[in-house]
Ligand binder design. Structure first.
Ligand code: NAX
Length: 324
């Protein structure tokens, strides 16, 4: 058996944590033969709740779990980690707009970013806590000893939502569909791109017209989070955890040529200003992601790319004081 990977999860006593930890412990993120040590971070008032979660994890007797640690100190949580799921932060509540959320959650990622310097240089960081692109940007800014390539933000839930909608519309399984991906911000401006997507090898754009793909489809994917809150009375949790697992598994184990979405630190690809954390089409191999370059960009897509650049530059400006 491989040596255990040290995997940190922040906000481990929260709703997403309650699904995510069981999927990591089952081997869904790092492989069925890869042991893990779970390092769980919470704020001090939530440590007693976290104790209950740890009791349940122990009661699940996972063969791959070689240790479970809990702390309210980010430096301890992240020391020597191979992977970090940054989930802990405040979900948006009624009456809060995006600017309020950036202001409330941004400071969390300053201290956690600095603490990530204690992790391995090869640590894979996924940022789930919203606004995830900008929180990732802040964490990356403060983790100056870790390469930019190791910081990602999660837009996989948007991608999976797009797959779910297309599968329903076409009457196929999600696994019959390939190469749908998300541009931009994890927000309602994001663009689910179907221009190179296929269903059972045939182009989706030959089956579904622009009126649907740029209309109902895009709107449903963009507003799905709100629809779930309305129906369930709580924000997406199991699907968010599942998307985080998909993101980390693909990064760690590879996509075998499939294109997936990740918010990554731009180097200027597709005209996105360098340094913005922006969702792009990527493939993964040998534990590394690579942007799929050279795709043909329609005028409509260019407009959406630009709209997301502006949204993310706006968020970055809102945290200018945090970035120093
Ligand atoms: P919960 O409120 O259930 O759990 C959050 C947990 O984080 C709590 O236990 C809290 O004590 C902990 N926490 C808060 N500040 C912390 C800190 N400084 N250090 C460590 N832990 C801290 O929220 P949950 O439903 O689990 O959602 C977590 C985050 O995911 C939210 O920001 C939410 O908006 C975001 N989401 C992101 C999604 C995405 O696609 N990127 C989708 C789902 C979700 O909305």
């Amino acid at each position: 058996m491989n040596a255990p990977l040290r995997v940190a999860v922040t906000g481990a006593a929260g709703n997403i944590g309650y699904s995510l930890l069981w999927r990591i412990a089952s081997g869904n993120a790092f492989g069925a033969d890869q042991p893990v040590i779970l390092s769980l971070l919470e704020i001090t008032p939530a440590l007693s709740k976290l104790e209950g979660v740890v009791m349940e994890l122990m009661d699940s007797a996972f063969p791959l779990v070689k240790g479970i640690e809990m702390t309210d100190d980010p430096e301890k949580a992240f020391a020597d980690c191979d992977a970090i799921f940054l989930v802990g932060s405040r979900p948006r509540s009624a009456g809060m707009d995006r600017a309020d959320l950036v202001a409330a959650n941004g400071p969390i990622f300053v201290g956690q970013g600095k603490a990530i310097n204690k992790a391995k240089k090869s640590v894979k960081v996924i940022t789930v806590g919203n606004p995830c692109n900008t929180n990732c940007l802040i964490a990356n800014h403060y983790a100056n000893e870790i390469p930019d390539t190791q910081f990602t933000a999660m837009t996989r839930l948007d991608q999976n939502r797009a797959y779910g909608q297309l599968a329903g519309k076409l009457g196929v399984a999600a696994s019959d569909i390939e190469n749908v991906f998300i541009w931009g911000n994890h927000a309602d401006t994001m663009y689910p791109d179907c221009s190179i997507a296929t269903v059972n090898g045939e182009k989706i754009t030959d089956k579904l017209g622009e009126d649907y793909l740029h209309g109902d489809f895009m709107k449903t994917v963009a507003t799905r989070g709100g629809a779930i809150i309305k129906a369930r009375g709580a924000s997406s949790a199991a699907s968010a955890a599942s998307a985080a697992i998909d993101h980390m598994r693909d990064w760690h184990l590879g996509t075998n040529g499939r294109i997936v979405s990740m918010g990554i630190v731009s180097k200027g690809e597709y005209g996105v200003p360098a340094g913005l954390v922006y969702s792009m089409p990527v493939t993964c191999e040998n534990g590394e992601w690579k942007v799929v370059e050279g795709l043909e960009i329609s005028e409509f897509c260019q407009g959406k790319i630009q709209q997301n650049i502006e949204a993310l530059e706006g968020e970055k400006a809102a945290v200018a004081d945090i970035l120093g």
